[in-house]
Design a protein. Sequence first.
Length: 367
Amino acid sequence: MTSNAYACINTDALIYNFKRLQKISSASKIMCAIKGNAYGHGIIDTAKILSITDAYVVARLSEASLLRDAGISKPITLLSGFSDLDELNEAIKLNCDVVIHNLNQVRLLEKIASKKFSVNLWLKVDTGMNRLGVHIENANSVISKIRKLKLGSKLGLMTHLSDAEDKNKSKNKIQMDKFKELTINFDGDISFANSAVIMDFSEYLNGFNWGNKGNLWVRPGIALYGISPLKGISAKDLDLREVMDFKSKLIAIKHVSKGQSVGYNSTWVAKEDTNIGTISVGYGDGYSKSLVSGTPILINKRIVPLVGLISMDLITVDLGLDADESVGDEVVLWGGQLPIEVVANHSGLSTYALVTGVSERVTRYFI
């Protein structure tokens, strides 16, 4: 393999996680979230591996276009919807199921309602996140407006819980109660469950009567990739298998004397004589500049600390005077025996930000 940064994507782990989530939400249909380049894992190959899903979820039209160009024919839900007629027409052309989250989008639909077209719609309802979605108090009137357009398409309802990663937050039940008031007797599909809800609130997925005359859809994201969506609970505790091993190679070893500095701005100074290893990875590959000295890195099954500032293409580690590493040795930045959640604790960033940040110049090997 290359001496530069690369990512090994474990396809068996990806399938395992899907089936684990499928089992928990057995009464639901599944749309897999592969937005953000499949959370950094590679959107096209990931979509093909997850062909057993019922549908996919993306955030951008460009992502939907990539999937269609790659021959992906299953339903694709476009979370961001559209902001003008050009985007609406493109979404229709790509046969996307489109999320409606504001009245301006309804007005745009009205402008082309006389044309012969069909597009499946999801109305996003704001139950308390205050990000996207029509206010729940206005939801029924918006539903009525959309149905009067007679687009000959399906209309579903979705919402998003703001605090699902912490089951003890009372706001979760408040949001779900509000959503249920709207879904009773609703003639269509509904969706509210992301990875955290699937893991934390399975009692609301199986055997719970939402009162609608349609399917319940779950939309797992981060958990598909073997990363915990819950605060204070590890992926291992949830029986999830981390999918990405982010790796590189040791490309140089240099003796550094006590008192000498390493890297830009001389932020790290050797407290004693040591050996410094240089690794071919940097923020240009998505190894975040937010990671600080002391961040663990695995070389030959040994944890060594990151030292100094992260460069665009290189990082440095303190190997110690008794180091037996050699140039060319494999380096694990995260994955396997070094879970990404451990690395994230040294960055101030979420695991979501770290894994999705792995850049396009990093080669993905699906194994």
